[in-house]
Design a protein around this ligand. Structure first.
Ligand code: PMP
Length: 427
């Protein structure tokens, strides 16, 4: 038996399900989760010393690959100066200036410690700013685990939302309207009925939590126009897409200016960091300037800022995103060719360094299609790849991530493993 197996058994004694975040438990694919010990560049090493080419990258942050020497040096330099002050440091200003420079829709930004905090706070601010309670989100998008956002659609498309987790009060869930991603007409209809009561639309500008699904042309533009018409706040949840699909985030790539943006993952370079920000008029409603309350003991933590800032500096190098995008395309084209050769129905989506793999012949553009893909084939593919040293997200509903350290060599190893795995699926 592997050490991971023993470690998982031990973990379950005092940690619910043996994990500190549910998707790590391999529920979607079966088997024991891999326990990792260390990582370097494009590789992660498990507790038995087995090496994997890592396409999870801590669920997105590790865009420079693991243990980047310059990021580690920046962290080490800060370590001796103190871990946390709970008082302002210059680094926070440098971070705020850098974020607002890279993301022009953001006049002001506040740092937090997770993506969940970022979206939850953006939501409160949108409600406080508009004086409205209802919010619109989309099926298949994930925005962290704040109560208002753990809500699924009610039985009819335009009916009140229902809690998607026990513990979320029904009275709160009723304020969340869940609509279909990439279906602008449904958004229009909803606003025609209750637009004046809607505080905000929150959307992943590229969905990454129902696998990877880009917006169809006109969808994000339409959301912008509808929010303008009804005086609602447009929130882009760029926790995953921010500094991942392009240096200017998805909003730069598609040329849409949201009112508020939530960030996480890459902005912390692997440390616990999130941020939210946007138009000055809205952000100045935030405490201590305004009445909308939000706070954090470890917000803007200096070690986390050091890791994040160095990451942002390195991804700002000319040509970085072109290289990352090209590598991701090479990987996906190679996978498609090998699936086709084995006669496996397969399609892919890609935006920058973010990708999705689907066991279907169709191009996937919405949640329903994503749920209709062949789950059994995905599971078999996942385990076949894992055995061959390729670590993919352990769920058919998660995006994958390429780092700048994934070079021709790692991509070739991945494609060879895929050819062998597809062949076993073909039977
Ligand atoms: N928003 C999006 C789009 C995410 O992908 C995630 C996490 N995967 C979150 C919010 C929540 O971030 P965190 O896990 O850091 O709380």
């Amino acid at each position: 038996m592997s050490r991971s197996h023993d470690l998982f058994a031990a973990a379950q004694r005092h940690i619910p399900g043996g994990v500190n975040s549910p998707v790590r438990a391999f529920r979607g694919v079966g088997g024991d989760p891999v326990f990792f010990e260390s990582a370097a560049g494009p590789y992660a090493f498990d507790a038995d010393g087995k090496r994997y080419v890592d396409y999870v990258g801590s669920w997105g942050p590790m865009i420079l690959g693991h243990t980047h020497p310059e990021v580690l040096a920046a962290v080490r330099e800060r370590l001796d100066k103190g871990l946390s002050f709970g008082a302002p440091t210059e680094l926070e200003t440098v971070m705020a200036d850098k974020v607002c420079e890279l993301v022009p829709s953001m006049d002001m930004v506040r740092m937090v410690s997770s993506g969940t905090e970022a979206t939850m706070s953006a939501l409160r601010l949108a409600r406080g700013y508009t004086g409205r309670d209802k919010i619109v989100k989309f099926e298949g998008c994930y925005h962290g685990h704040a109560d208002s956002l753990l809500v699924k659609a009610g039985s009819g498309a335009l009916t009140f939302g229902e809690p998607s987790s026990p513990g979320v009060p029904a009275a709160l869930a009723e304020l969340t309207i869940t609509l279909r991603y990439n279906d602008l007409e449904q958004v229009r209809q909803t606003f025609a009925e209750v637009g004046s009561e809607i505080a905000c639309i929150i959307v992943e500008p590229v969905a990454g939590n129902m696998n990877c699904i880009p917006p169809v042309p006109g969808f994000l533009e339409g959301l912008r126009a509808i929010c303008d018409q009804y005086g609602s706040v447009l929130i882009f949840d760029e926790v995953m897409t921010g500094f991942r699909v392009a240096l200017g985030c998805a909003q730069g790539l598609y040329g849409i200016k949201p009112d508020l943006t939530a960030l996480g993952k890459v902005i912390g370079g692997g440390m616990p960091v999130g941020a939210f920000g946007g138009r000055q008029e809205i952000m100045s409603r935030l405490s201590p300037l305004g009445p909308v309350y939000q706070a954090g003991t470890l917000s803007g933590n200096p070690i986390a800022m050091a890791a994040g800032l160095k990451t942002l500096e390195l991804i700002s190098a000319p040509g970085f995103f072109d290289r990352l995008t090209t590598r991701t395309t090479t990987l996906l084209e190679g996978l498609q060719t090998r699936a086709d050769a084995a006669g496996i129905p397969f399609s892919t989506n890609q935006v920058g360094g973010m990708f999705g793999l689907f066991f279907t012949r169709e191009k996937v553009t919405n949640y329903e299609q994503a749920t209709q893909c062949n789950q059994e084939q995905f599971k078999a593919f996942f385990h076949g790849m894992l055995e061959r040293g390729i670590y993919l997200a352990p769920s058919a509903f998660e995006a994958g991530f390429v780092s700048i350290m994934h070079d021709d060599e790692q991509i070739q190893v991945t494609l060879d493993a895929a050819a062998a795995t597809f062949a076993t699926l073909a039977g």
